[in-house]
Design a protein around this ligand. Structure first.
Ligand code: GRF
Length: 202
């Protein structure tokens, strides 16, 4: 069975969607460990409520990345949990060499826009302010550049007349909750593979 290590900094709605897809048998995987850089993150309490191993890993002194020792701590937790895939679900720090090398080609993220449009923070707000008519969400492999790795799967969310940033974000999140488990199932089943910078469907 494919073992997932989930990393998140926030409320953990994507974690819940993944766990529920596993419960329904739609995603043939198990969540081996949940880790967060935020001590009181919802994702940790939601994981514990499901009886899953969940741990806070203090990030150290930086704001946008982990201190190298802290990132090594993530790697050792993930290795000890025998994780096959590292699943970023609202993890708000850039990953660097220790984790990227330890799990090369085995780290995925979900981003709330149709990449390569609107990388970075509050992508739904960026899309609304730009005036696009369609946005959505993207599951992609993680590389050292922010929100830039090969694309695994995308879902489109139309912008509606009179949309607010909050309403648009809510509809994007609903799509994320459908998209991420499906993308993970394709990866776990080996029907998608990473070759260089491209994703092959087999
Ligand atoms: C999601 O919107 C995701 O696209 C972004 O962070 C958010 C995480 O939300 N990377 P949650 O913690 O899964 O509810």
């Amino acid at each position: 069975m494919t073992r997932l290590g989930v990393l998140g900094s926030g409320k953990g709605s994507n974690f819940v969607a993944i766990a529920e897809a596993i419960d329904r048998g739609e995603l043939q995987a198990e969540i081996a460990i949940v880790l967060s850089d935020v001590a009181d993150a919802g994702i940790l309490s939601k994981a514990k409520a499901r009886g899953l191993p969940a741990e806070h890993v203090p990030p150290g002194k930086f704001r946008t990345k982990m201190e190298p020792e802290a990132e090594e701590a993530l790697v050792s937790r993930l290795r000890a949990a025998k994780v096959d895939w590292v699943v970023l679900a609202g993890f708000m720090r850039m990953l660097k060499t220790p984790l990227l090398e330890a799990f090369e080609g085995r780290i995925v993220n979900i981003h709330p826009s149709l990449l390569p449009a609107f990388p970075g923070l509050e992508a739904w707000r960026q899309a609304l302010e730009y005036g696009v008519q369609y946005t959505g969400c993207t599951v992609h492999f993680v590389t050292p550049e922010m929100d830039a790795g090969p694309i695994v799967a995308q879902a489109v969310v139309p912008v509606q007349a009179g949309d607010t940033a909050e309403a648009l974000h809510e509809r994007i999140q609903q799509e994320e909750h459908r998209l991420y488990p499906r993308a993970l199932q394709a990866l776990a089943a080996g029907s998608l593979t990473l070759r260089g910078r491209g994703v092959l469907r087999t």
